[in-house]
Design a protein around this ligand. Sequence first.
Ligand code: DCP
Ligand code: MG
Length: 241
Amino acid sequence: GRFRGEIEFRNVWFAYEGEDWVLKDVSFKVEPGETVALVGATGAGKTSIINLICRFYDVNRGQILVDGVDIRDMRQSDLRRQIGVVQQDVFLFSGDIKYNIRLNDTEIDDEKIREVARYTNAHRFIETKPNKYDEEVTERGGTLSAGQRQLLAFARALAFDPAILILDEATSAVDTETESLIQDALEKITRGRTTIIIAHRLSTVQHADKIIVLHKGRIRECGTHEELLEKRGLYYKLYLL
Ligand code: DCP
Ligand code: MG
């Protein structure tokens, strides 16, 4: 069945092979349907948190629980269907747009591809391409802009209607029209889903139910935008100085 989408980190310690600790005693809980923003300086450990939830790596100490179950005891195929991921550098495959949404999943037919593309606002730019859904792209994007690649990645991540959505927000600048399409899509696709988003834009952070501020692999602060501003700590410095 569908996950409820609760995520809990319990005293997680993590280091990449042979390196120093990247995450140190990290504990937090995300309730089903909540949107949590991860913020912090470069190297703070934000992407590493995502890498662990997706099981690209496993924790060294502690536990990560989804719906109360240690993710090491879950089937990879369940995790892949219930957790949609959009990486910072959107990875495309050479092939057409359709292929880049469904990949090798034959369960996802043309109808479903269109539905999910509409839902994520990708449909609009796809319609402007000479070959529409059959437009060929390359690994480096081809004729797609950074923003369009992002919208395409949303569609790919949403194809299975995952209970959990993990987003590493793109840092690259996009044109204002695409930017507003992305913002609009973000509001839509995060609704009713547990979302963890590495946020670089203040607009995204402000909308989060909870903000986790990482500093050198530790959680330094946690709270809403207003609470953290009031504190005048690291978050305040990151966003206002
Ligand atoms: N690191 C590593 N090996 C990897 C990936 C990262 O040793 N394969 C190191 C680099 C950093 C630390 O881990 O010192 C944390 O890296 P993250 O990618 O988790 O950091 P952020 O995502 O917070 O940084 P950025 O904002 O630059 O994306
Ligand atoms: Mg990162």
